[in-house]
Unconditional design. Structure first.
Length: 322
């Protein structure tokens, strides 16, 4: 009897310790999601092509695709049959505070990873590199940062962009009036309506704004940059080791789609082509004079040939069969 009692107590202790260990494994965001039954994603309103609202006011974009994979991974990890996904609109100024106070569980937008922010949040693996530049109207003839001297510019509140603009303004004694705006939409509208000469933001976001504007040819992105290339990442709560490991692994399953790349890079390539032709006065020989441009031209022609060959062969075979 004593042996049976000892065995029962031992089994009970093992079961209890295993259950306790299982409970201890869930910490941070994973524990919160398991308890509440939902996960909240912070998203942006007009950060094309990473996080923006479609015509049905639903958040979409490349960063949202990454976060969808993260949500799927959380659901599998927690063995949940159903996981509710909630969405919360955030701005540059509010994204980190809303993550810190638990309103959102991750932010899927266009947040650059830097040392200052790493003191407050953690990031997933880098999924894009960008630099801070400015957008202006072509008719303004603003070609460089120096040309902004004495002008009014705008940049998102709470962003690295506005800090960089303030730094340049002070160091170069530019005398710019720098106005913080709520988001990308407000910043672009300020330039569109003539209330600001330029909008300082990540170049990839500026390209998206131009691509979706009423008149893309009316705007230009500066060659001058306020920063070196900076990485984008999904932001998570700091010191959440388990959630970061899961999010990093899930993010590796997402690759930039040709649509996203073409949507953003297409207008930029068109603008650079237009500039080259203007400088060369319409002489296409300019593309053969520089080794790099010549190499890209050959690569592009080669790619077109590779894509077209199967169609040509198929058409020829069909013609021969007839």
């Amino acid at each position: 009897m004593h042996k049976n009692l000892f065995a029962a107590l031992t089994l009970a202790a093992l079961v209890s310790s295993h259950a306790a260990a299982g409970a201890e494994e869930l910490t941070g965001t994973l524990a919160k999601v398991k308890e509440l039954g939902y996960i909240t994603i912070g998203h942006r309103e007009a950060s094309v092509p990473f996080s923006y609202l479609d015509d049905k006011q639903q958040p979409i974009g490349f960063a949202m695709d990454i976060c969808a994979k993260i949500v799927d991974a959380v659901k599998r990890e927690l063995k949940m049959d159903k996981l509710e996904v909630r969405y919360q609109l955030v701005t540059s100024a509010m994204r980190i505070p809303l993550l810190a106070n638990g309103t959102i569980d991750l932010e899927c937008g266009n947040t650059t990873n830097n040392t200052e922010r790493q003191q407050q949040v953690w990031y997933t693996n880098t999924h894009f590199l960008t630099a801070s530049r400015f957008l202006s109207k072509v008719e303004s003839h603003i070609g460089s940062i120096a040309d902004l001297k004495g002008k009014t510019i705008v940049s998102p509140a709470g962003s690295t962009n506005i800090k960089q603009a303030l730094d340049f303004n002070s160091r170069l004694n530019l005398g710019m009036t720098i106005i913080p705006v709520k988001d990308q939409g407000e910043g672009f509208l300020m330039v569109e309506t003539g209330r600001a000469a330029a909008f300082v933001q990540d170049d990839i976001i500026l390209a998206g704004l131009i691509a979706t504007s009423k008149d893309p040819k009316a705007y230009v992105i500066s060659d001058d940059a306020f920063s070196r290339p900076e990485p984008y990442g999904i932001i998570l709560r700091k010191d959440d080791v388990a959630f970061k490991a899961l999010a990093d692994a899930a993010g590796l399953a997402v690759a930039p789609t040709p649509y996203h790349l073409g949507f953003v890079l297409g207008p930029m390539m068109e603008e650079n082509l237009r500039r080259a032709l203007l400088i060369s006065r319409g002489d296409f020989i300019v593309f053969l004079q520089e080794p790099i441009s010549l190499a890209f031209l050959i690569a592009a022609i080669g790619l077109l040939v590779v894509i077209a060959l199967p169609t040509i062969r198929k058409t020829r075979d069909e013609a021969m069969q007839e």
